[in-house]
Design a binder for this molecule. Structure first.
Ligand SMILES: NC(=O)c1ccc[n+]([C@@H]2O[C@H](COP(=O)([O-])OP(=O)(O)OC[C@H]3O[C@@H](n4cnc5c(N)ncnc54)[C@H](OP(=O)(O)O)[C@@H]3O)[C@@H](O)[C@H]2O)c1
Length: 250
């Protein structure tokens, strides 16, 4: 990873922050983005000069273009794009709101896909790769989870199609499907504070083969693995402590 250059969207918190830290630890140059300037700037300051922060909203075309430009200048090229930024919208069918449904597809699917399109010319030069973040929500049915799960299912299919499209150009496309990890995402969606999230994760613990929820660095390690795996493309890698196995008492 030394001297390689990566973009991690949503690198100011949670899994993105852990991925940026893991890449920096291996000597890479990383450009992170997010809408909250204070978040990304404090992460970049803690990770040192190989990490560059740029404020931006990936749903905006101009911000996407700026992100690629800054990453190319900072890294001297681009070896990988980690489409990590994401948001949560949960609603049962009776409560579905069309505007919010369209917005979550824009946030979670359209933005990363269009950013990937912009990154392809640079990735072609380095035989680089793209990572999408899928979810355990596509492996198990969580009531109220249809809007979010649908966006993640879309990304998992997009991973396979882009792997087929971009393979001949030597660009790999893979997807990590994290299980339950305590980050800000549920809190930002208004689903309770960190202590409520923690209690929810503790309830889920027995449903995991490994008996516990995950840590951000455990997902980051899988992302770094896929960025490095030269003959792996179109893979959907479950990183969930066995929650997706759907273990049921017999
Ligand atoms: N934690 C889990 O259990 C879990 C499980 C499965 C999948 N995932 C996926 O993992 C990814 C990372 O989530 P996380 O759990 O680490 O949550 P998180 O801490 O909330 O991280 C998401 C990051 O994305 C950024 N972001 C959101 N919308 C953005 C936009 N339009 N433009 C730029 N940045 C944006 C947010 O920063 P700003 O608000 O400052 O922009 C935030 O830093 C997401 O795709 C999520 O769906 C998480």
């Amino acid at each position: 990873m030394a001297q390689k250059s990566f973009i991690v969207t949503g690198g100011g918190s949670g899994l993105g922050q852990a991925t940026a830290a893991a890449l920096i630890q291996q000597g890479a140059r990383v450009t992170i983005c997010g809408r909250r300037i204070e978040k990304i700037e404090s992460v970049a300051a803690s990770l040192g000069p190989n990490c560059r922060a740029i404020q931006g909203d990936i749903t905006l075309e101009l911000d996407r273009a700026k992100l690629i430009e800054v990453a190319l200048a900072h890294g001297g090229g681009l070896d990988g794009l980690v489409n990590n930024a994401g948001n949560m919208y949960r609603a049962t069918i009776d409560a579905l709101d069309e505007a919010r449904l369209l917005d979550i597809f824009n946030q979670n699917v359209v933005a990363g896909l269009m950013l990937s399109k912009l990154a392809v010319p640079a990735l072609e030069k380095t035989q680089g790769s793209i990572i999408f973040l899928g979810s355990i929500h596509t492996r198990r049915a969580f009531p109220g989870g249809a809007p979010y799960a649908a966006t993640k299912a879309a990304l998992q299919t997009i991973t396979k199609v882009l792997a087929a499209e971009l393979g001949p150009r030597q660009i790999r496309v893979n997807c990590v499907l994290p299980g339950a990890v305590l980050t800000e995402i549920n809190e930002r969606a208004g689903l309770g504070d960190q202590s409520e999230q923690k209690a929810r994760l503790e309830q889920l613990a027995p449903l995991h083969a490994l008996g516990r929820s995950g840590e951000p660095h455990e997902v980051a390690e899988a992302i770094v693995y896929l960025l490095n795996a030269p003959w792996t493309t179109g893979a959907l890698l479950d990183v969930d402590g066995g929650l997706g196995l759907g273990i049921a008492p017999f």
